[in-house]
Ligand binder design. Structure first.
Ligand code: ADP
Ligand code: MG
Ligand code: MG
Ligand code: MG
Length: 401
């Protein structure tokens, strides 16, 4: 990374000026660093006179939350930029357009989506997203099918896998999701009020076995090019639009990990409605929307994925073997449930949390919501290998609440 240096606002404006089809020559440009993550700089450059804007995202060579004590390769910016381009080509309405990548500077220049709201925030404000299930299921079906052995050349897929060997970011997932929550670890982070729950996870043999199986799947099953971090903080939404950003964790892994991430984050918000909905009737109503989004995400994904398979699968064996598609989809739903559960638990007892739960001001409501999230997460993991339909997943949440 010879020429690499972290950008300041003047550097960002200088680069932005080269986009002559976005900004007027010599225009007065404003720049603000708006990154809310721990790993990257995000510059928002605007031309007030025209209202036009651009985003410049740059990877930092360390995790910001620990200062420079946790180094992290800036190669993840190449991975993010390349993943965005692939995903944009497969789902053009649902992914920002990339205008430039510079691997040496670890920079991605992309379309400005500031009109959208980070979905986690929208869900905390109880916004209804009637398009969400339709859009996210399209994103998932298109990106997972066309990067898998079902939907692309199997030789090209192997070559592509080599450019998405995301060693360090995968390790973050392996540690934070599939290891640390199940033992004592300095990075674990939970309040005393739920210490009993955290302690119980460490000695729950049945759960530990399922987590081992999920960890093994994450480590070994290169089914498709995953987004790898598809939580509601990586989704920009409006009631009429959905955009998926931030695929720096992209790698070849099990498809259920992405689908499960979406469902986990809907269900974490479901649990958090202990607070965000202030009365029984509005809570029931918003939770119905969330469960309908869970149902729609799976049923529409499954329908779209099967259609792509029927119409576009070139593999001579996979396209014809009787019952194979059904077995594949059954397993995918089971993986989805298991990964969703694992993602819920890590957000409550592990290192990195979600605002849906942590921003609940009232201690008792926050504790109730976290216990509910853990209960749902544990049931999803416990039952994952026997899940037969999405209704079983919805039942788990409905019954727990
Ligand atoms: P990180 O990997 O550090 O989490 P993100 O890609 O999630 O970075 O971006 C961090 C924040 O920057 C987002 O939550 C959003 O507020 C803003 N942002 C990122 N990409 C865009 C974009 N294309 N348009 C507008 N804002 C963006
Ligand atoms: Mg962020
Ligand atoms: Mg992010
Ligand atoms: Mg990120």
């Amino acid at each position: 990374m010879s020429g690499y240096h972290p950008y300041n606002e003047a550097d960002a404006i200088g680069l932005a000026r080269s986009f002559e089809n976005v900004f007027s020559p010599g225009a007065d440009l404003h720049c603000r660093e708006i990154g809310d993550g721990n790993l990257n700089l995000v510059f928002h450059i605007t031309e007030p006179a025209t209202g036009k804007g651009l985003i410049i995202k740059q990877a930092l060579p360390y995790v910001k939350v620990f200062g420079e004590s946790w180094p992290l390769s800036i190669d993840r910016a190449r991975i993010e930029g390349e993943a965005l381009k692939i995903q944009h080509a497969l789902a053009p309405e649902l992914v920002p357009q990339v205008l430039l990548t510079n691997h040496e500077q670890a920079i991605t220049v992309m379309e400005d989506l500031s009109s959208h709201v980070i979905m986690r925030k929208g869900l905390m404000e109880r916004t209804l997203y009637p398009r969400f299930a339709g859009d996210i299921s399209t994103f998932l079906a298109q990106t997972l099918f066309f990067t898998s052995d079902l939907g692309m050349s199997q030789q090209e897929k192997k070559l592509r896998q080599q450019s998405f060997v995301n060693v360090e970011l995968c390790q973050i997932t392996e540690d934070l999701i599939f290891d640390e929550p199940y033992r004592e670890h300095e990075r674990n982070n939970y309040e005393d009020s739920i210490a009993d729950e955290a302690a119980a996870l460490r000695i729950d043999g049945e759960l530990l076995t399922e987590i081992a199986l999920l960890r093994e799947k994450f480590l070994t099953r290169g089914e498709a090019l995953l987004h790898g971090d598809l939580h509601t903080g990586s989704i920009f939404a409006l009631p009429e639009s959905t955009k998926v950003i931030d695929p720096e964790f992209a790698f070849y892994g099990p498809m259920g990990f992405d689908i499960g991430a979406v469902i986990a984050n809907l269900l974490l918000n479901f649990a958090s409605q202990e607070h965000w909905s202030q009365d029984e009737a509005s809570r029931r109503e918003y939770r119905e929307f969330l469960l309908e989004a869970v149902r729609g995400t799976w049923t529409q994904f499954s329908a779209k994925f099967r259609t792509l398979w029927d119409e576009q699968c070139q593999d001579p064996v996979f396209s014809k073997a009787p019952g194979y598609q059904d077995l594949y989809m059954d397993r995918l739903l089971q993986d989805t449930a298991g990964f969703a559960g694992a993602k819920m638990i890590r957000r409550i007892v592990g290192f990195a949390h979600v605002a849906d739960l942590d921003a609940i001001p009232d201690d008792a409501a926050r504790e109730r919501a976290k216990r509910l999230g853990l209960l749902i997460g544990k049931e999803l993991i416990r039952q994952n290998r026997t899940i037969r339909s999405i209704e079983q997943i919805i039942d788990i949440a409905f019954t727990a609440a």
